[in-house]
Design a protein around this ligand. Structure first.
Ligand code: ZN
Length: 502
C-alpha cells in the first residue's frame, strides 16, 4: 500500500528529497564521464559504457517514478515563491521524460551509438553516403520525438525546447535574419583589408607553460580550485559533479597558443556560472543554468568580450611573455590584440573567429529546420550545405568532411542544439551593454587585471536566479530588451571597425 501523501507541504518536501537523490545520480554519472575523458585507461571503455548506462537508467527511473507524478498532483505553491519555481521545473522534467516511450529512448540510444561510430569513419573518409541512411533515420526519429514532446507552431520548437526551454523557431529565425543581415556585409568589408599578422601564435609553446598560464588566469577570473580542478582532454568541457565540484578541461596545442588561452577562459565562464548558484538552490534541479543559450552567454562574455579585449591583454601579455619570453619577444599589446581577433571565413565552426562564428550556426539552424519540416531531404543535404555556406560565408567546402560531416551533433541525435551557440553571443552582448553602464570604470579595472566586479555583477544578476526564471524573461529583465541581434552587431562593428580601420 502506498504511503498517504498528506498535505501539499509534505508533497513538496518529499519531492525535494527525491530530487536530491536524482541530482546525486546525475553527478555520479558526470564523474564517470569526466574520468572517461581525462584519465580512464583505454581498455576500460566497455565496462565504463555499462556503468554509465546503469547510472543513467537509475537516474531516469528516479525522475519518472509514478510517485513523482502523484506528488506533483498534490503539490501546490504560492506564485513567485521558490517552491513554485521548483514545482514548475520539476513538473517540466517529469512530463518531458514520461511523454517519450521507453522503447523509443532505447531505439534512439542504439541508433545514435552506432551512428556516432559510422559518422567518425565517414568523416575520416569523406564518405557522406555511408552516413546518409543513419542521418535519415535520425531525422525521422527526431520528427517522432517532436510529436511525443508536443509543440504548438513548428515541430522544431519541441526539439529546440530541450536545450533552450520555451524558445520558438520563429523568434530565433527573426533574430538570426537580423544577425545575418549585419554580419554578411561586415565579413565582406573585413575581407577587403589585409589581415593582422598572427604568425607568432604558431611558434612552439610547450604545454606545461600553457597549463601554468591557464591555471593562473582561471584563478584570477574567480575560479576556486578548492571547488574544482583543471585537467586535459581531447575536447574541452565543463562538468558539474556537485555544488562544490565543478571541473573544467582544456587542451594544449603546442603549435597554436590561442586554443588553450581562450578555451580555458571559455570553460571558466561556464564553470563560474555553475559555481555561482546560490546556497538555497544547491543540490536541487534549480541549481542549473536556465538554458544552454544563457550558459553560452557566460562563456562567451568571458572568452571574447573580456578575454579578447585590449585592456585584458595590457595586464596579461607581460605575464604570458614571462612564461614564453622567446616566442613572444618584441610582441606589443596591439599586435597581440589584433592577432587574437583575426577574422577569416573558414569551413570549420569550432575554429571560427568571433565575427564569422554565428554564420556557421545560422547555416546549421536553417538546414535543421528544413530537414525537420520535410522541406529538405537528407540526400540533398551536402549540396544545401555548400549553397548555404556560399550565401553566408562566401565560401563552400570542397569535401563533406569539412562540410556536412564536420560536427558530431547530428550523429548523437542532437537536433535543436546548435542555435544555442549563437544565442550565447546575442545574450552576452546584451549583458555587456548593461555591465558597461553599471560599472563605469570597467575597462580601467580590466586593464589592472581586476575582473571581480564583472563576476559580482553576473553573480547577482544572472547566476543567483539559477533556473528559477525562464531564459527569455530573465534576460529581458536584466538587459532591458528582448532577444535581438542589435547589441551584438554594434559590439562587433565598433570593435572590428577599429581593428580593421573600416
Ligand atoms: Zn560553451
Amino acid at each position: 500500500m502506498a504511503t498517504p501523501i498528506g498535505s501539499s507541504a509534505d508533497a513538496i518536501g518529499r519531492l525535494k528529497e527525491l530530487d536530491r537523490e536524482a541530482r546525486r545520480f546525475e553527478h555520479i554519472g558526470a564523474l564517470l564521464g569526466w574520468d572517461r575523458e581525462t584519465g580512464m585507461p583505454p581498455r576500460a571503455i566497455e565496462e565504463r559504457a555499462h556503468q554509465e548506462a546503469l547510472i543513467s537508467a537509475l537516474h531516469h527511473e528516479k525522475i519518472t517514478a509514478p510517485q513523482v507524478g502523484e506528488l506533483l498532483e498534490h503539490a501546490t505553491a504560492e506564485e513567485g515563491t521558490l517552491d513554485a519555481a521548483f514545482l514548475t521545473v520539476k513538473r517540466r522534467e517529469y512530463e518531458k521524460n514520461t511523454r517519450v516511450p521507453t522503447e523509443f529512448v532505447k531505439e534512439m540510444t542504439e541508433l545514435t551509438s552506432r551512428a556516432q561510430a559510422v559518422w567518425a569513419t565517414a568523416r575520416a573518409e569523406n564518405d557522406f553516403p555511408a552516413f546518409e541512411p543513419f542521418l535519415d533515420r535520425i531525422v525521422e526519429m527526431n520528427r517522432r520525438l517532436s510529436d511525443y514532446l508536443g509543440f504548438q507552431d513548428h515541430p522544431y520548437d519541441a526539439l529546440l525546447d530541450q536545450y533552450e526551454p520555451y524558445a520558438t523557431t520563429a523568434e530565433i529565425d527573426r533574430a538570426f535574419c537580423d544577425l545575418e543581415a549585419g554580419l554578411v556585409p561586415l565579413v565582406a568589408a573585413i575581407a577587403e583589408v589585409r589581415p593582422p599578422d598572427d604568425s607568432f601564435l604558431r611558434h612552439r609553446y610547450p604545454a606545461d607553460g600553457q597549463e601554468r598560464f591557464s591555471r593562473e588566469l582561471m584563478v584570477a577570473l574567480g575560479y576556486d580550485l578548492e571547488r574544482g580542478r583543471l585537467d586535459r582532454s581531447a575536447h574541452p568541457f565543463t562538468t558539474t559533479l556537485g555544488a562544490q565540484d565543478v571541473r573544467i578541461t582544456t587542451r594544449y596545442q603546442e603549435d597554436f597558443l590561442q586554443g588553450s588561452l581562450f578555451g580555458t577562459i571559455h570553460e571558466t565562464g561556464h564553470a563560474l556560472y555553475e559555481l555561482g548558484m546560490p546556497a538555497e538552490l544547491q543540490g536541487t534541479l534549480l541549481a542549473e543554468g536556465t538554458s544552454l543559450g544563457v550558459h553560452e552567454s557566460q562563456s562567451r562574455l568571458w572568452e571574447n568580450m573580456i578575454g579578447r579585449s585590449r585592456p585584458f591583454w595590457i595586464h596579461w601579455l607581460p605575464r604570458l611573455q614571462a612564461i614564453f619570453p622567446t616566442q613572444l619577444e618584441g610582441v606589443s599589446v596591439d599586435q597581440f590584440y589584433r592577432a587574437v581577433n583575426r577574422v577569416a571565413p573558414s569551413h570549420i565552426r569550432v575554429e571560427a573567429d568571433e565575427v564569422t562564428y554565428s554564420l556557421h550556426v545560422i547555416l546549421r539552424f536553417r538546414l535543421e529546420v528544413a530537414l525537420i519540416s520535410g522541406d529538405l531531404s537528407v540526400k540533398d543535404v551536402p549540396e544545401a550545405w555548400r549553397a548555404t555556406s556560399r550565401a553566408l560565408l562566401g565560401i563552400a567546402p570542397e569535401s563533406d568532411s569539412t562540410g556536412v560531416l564536420q560536427d558530431v551533433h547530428w550523429s548523437f541525435g542532437g537536433f535543436g542544439y546548435f542555435p544555442t551557440y549563437a544565442l550565447g553571443n546575442l545574450y552576452a552582448a546584451q549583458l555587456l551593454d548593461v555591465i558597461q553602464r553599471d560599472i563605469p570604470d570597467l575597462w580601467d579595472r580590466v586593464e589592472e587585471g581586476d575582473t571581480s566586479q564583472v563576476l559580482a555583477w553576473l553573480r547577482s544578476h544572472v547566476h543567483a536566479a539559477g533556473s528559477t526564471r525562464r531564459a527569455r524573461e530573465l534576460m529581458k529583465d536584466v538587459t532591458g530588451r528582448p532577444l535581438g541581434a542589435e547589441s551584438f552587431l554594434s559590439y562587433l562593428t565598433s570593435k572590428y571597425g577599429e581593428i580593421y580601420r573600416l
